[in-house]
Design a binder for this molecule. Sequence first.
Ligand code: MGD
Ligand code: MGD
Ligand code: SF4
Ligand code: MO
Length: 741
Amino acid sequence: MKIDGSGNPSVMPAVGRNAPRGTSHSVRTACRYCPGSCGMIATVGEDGRLASLVADREHPLTQGFSCARGLQSAEAMYHPGRILRPLKRTPDGFVEVGLEQALDDIAARLRTILDESGGEAVGVFKGTQTWKNVTAHHTMLAWPRAIGSTRVFTTITIDQSAKQVTMRRMGFWDAGKDRLGDSDVQMIVGGNPFVSVAVANLTYDPVKRLKAALKRGMRLIVVDPRLTETARAADLHLQVRPGEDPTLVAGLLRVVLERGWYDAAFCTEYVGPDRMAALRSAVEPFTLHRVADRTGVDPGLIERAAEMFAREARRGIATAGTGPSMAPRSNLADHLVECLNVVCGRYPRAGDRVTNPGVQNPRRAFRAEVVPADREWERGPFTSTGHGSLFGELMSGVLADEILRTDPGRLRALFVNGGNPAVALPDQTKAVSALKRLDLLVAVEPFMTPTAALCDYVLPPTLQFERADTVSSPHYEPLLEVPFAQYVTGVVRPPVGSEVVDDWYVYWALARRLGVGLTVAGVDLDMERAPSSEDLLAIILRNSHVPLERIRSHPGGHVFDVEPAEVLARRPEAVAQFDVMPPDVAQELGEVAAECTRPVSSGTDDFPFRLTVRRLRGMMNSLGLLQPGVRRRHPYNAAYLNPVDMETLGIENGAGIEIEADNGGRIPAIAEAEPGLRPGCVSMSHCWGGLPEDRLSYVDVGSSTNLLVRTDDVVERINAMPRMTSIPVRVRARAAQTDAV
Ligand SMILES: Nc1nc2c(c(=O)[nH]1)N[C@H]1C(S)=C(S)[C@@H](COP(=O)(O)OP(=O)(O)OC[C@H]3O[C@@H](n4cnc5c(=O)[nH]c(N)nc54)[C@H](O)[C@@H]3O)O[C@H]1N2
Ligand SMILES: Nc1nc2c(c(=O)[nH]1)N[C@H]1C(S)=C(S)[C@@H](COP(=O)(O)OP(=O)(O)OC[C@H]3O[C@@H](n4cnc5c(=O)[nH]c(N)nc54)[C@H](O)[C@@H]3O)O[C@H]1N2
Ligand code: SF4
Ligand SMILES: [Mo]
């Protein structure tokens, strides 16, 4: 529903409704910037504005955990740069326009595009800030269907879609994976949950939960070129060369299989002798000394990690973060990591308790079965580049190609929701030229980001503490170990004089103007009268195991006393097994084994360094870039280097440098010493910098590592995932620090 800051909001604050006007009051709520789901207490001032946010210590899930980027989100709400009224591009720049007028204009332009080119000419890009916005998430899926488009792009396919590729080419366990609470070991390959709050089973309250697990004896193995915040807490840290996870994990598998440290009974039932033999023979070339040579990890440490993970532990998983998922051969790396879980049988078995049978989703059976591989991408729909889809999404690595096509099938209109593709997509120069080529670019976006600056229309949304939601989102529920849910209402109204909308309304209003129906979560919406956001939530949760009314009756969130569930035995007809070494995976691993003894990742003389990804504590991708509080902590995206490398290069701490990649891209940066980083690496965060042509100062906006990411080479065949880490680069000192990007 449309919300006018001065009028009648569809979202009334729960406490505000009862509280007399002009008094200060507090509301229990939760942050939705990331999967962390942190409980917070919001204090609303006498002026009706959000005065402060503090972590909610009584919160049953997160118990006082929160992070700076969530706590500082009030700064974003009242930031002078927040867009409060819809903007329309004119030859003289952006002008404010009424919401319904903007929607009329957009619908008219869409009608022409749809008439001329059909539904497939219109696409969506769903960014990170749509994932935890339940009504937006569902409507963004419904909207393309309504207009006959399969052009759905999201951040997943430029993130860790290797996980989806693994699921759909190996098959996956119906009852999920071992939970942290039951684990006696965990291996994290290239993820840093202490900062990112985003690694598989560590998506909420990660520090306390991991430390508690370690205290009760669980052991932690971290594989990362950096001695990360998480690695510091680990029992073992394997400081791998970036890009060498396939070799390292193949080496671990070889040790586990050769020493007999795997779960033979599980493998007999769920893998079978032929596939076990194929796995054994594929990892055979990865002997300890070869693996050690190539990965730069001590052979004793590799053996010890295999022993700790497989022999000394019964439960607990290996999981990959963005490190291996953004490196070359990302799908192979993820597949091998999952093979460790398979051979060690790290899945809940028949009779085990299901710790979270679900609150917001309908009750389902959890079985000790393999859901068979189905290679969805081989069935289409396809892009012109020949890439198929993954969980119903096309590959964002080729989004720019779809726009730049010269045939009539090109993508002509794009709706961006809660994302910033102008800085997030690989090969920024190409991505930006593609976005400019669109006949219609619309962003539902609160700030004048590089993407918004390219738009024909920018429609400002309500921000998280102004809208109703459930936490965690129903689609994130499987990541919670307990049956928790929280309903949150808007804590405050949008600023007076604003004309902002709950994101979903944009798509409902456009569908209505185009005369098409929207079917959200299986329900045909009334296209005459807009539902309220609460109505829409109720529709989405209509089959929830715990009724929405009960969820709502616990404003601070609740762990529900749902009927216990246990993992059911395998059904006789469920004969699928894990496809641990299908021919394409075997072939790729064979290529790795055949590569020259010199590790590909050790660099060439021309590009001796490897640029690696990392997350910064205060930022959420590009979110926070405009906030002074965030920028005090992260004035720019520094390039972290090992001090020994800095000395060799004659670079002082804080000195300006230039980083040049093998695609010819060059970016400025400021060097910062990080003794815990593996020598030979440059560790730098993403989504900074403006538009390439703006030539903005590095100290003002940082620089975009996506200028160094290529889409013409080193790209995954199935999911078009580019190489975003382990990029060959050279580094040199630079005269001035303030040079343009
Ligand atoms: N503070 C903060 N939190 C965030 C975000 C943010 O921007 N800031 N972004 C959110 C998003 S969108 C995501 S997807 C998640 C990501 O969550 P994570 O995957 O945990 O991301 P990182 O913290 O960058 O951890 C990646 C680690 O991989 C290491 N690495 C780099 N290259 C390689 C390699 O080739 N091999 C191995 N083994 N390791 C490598 C890096 O040194 C780094 O420590 O975080 C989310 N949370
Ligand atoms: N080189 C390189 N590239 C990368 C990565 C990398 O590590 N290296 N990481 C990749 C990954 S993992 C990801 S997830 C993507 C991130 O890709 P994106 O999701 O496209 O980027 P974000 O910066 O997270 O964009 C979030 C946008 O939402 C806006 N926003 C904030 N609050 C709200 C709200 O309440 N409603 C709405 N509608 N919008 C809001 C913000 O202003 C911001 O513009 O980048 C990818 N690109
Ligand atoms: S950004 Fe994530 S970790 Fe930080 S407070 Fe919000 S939900 Fe919690
Ligand atoms: Mo991400």
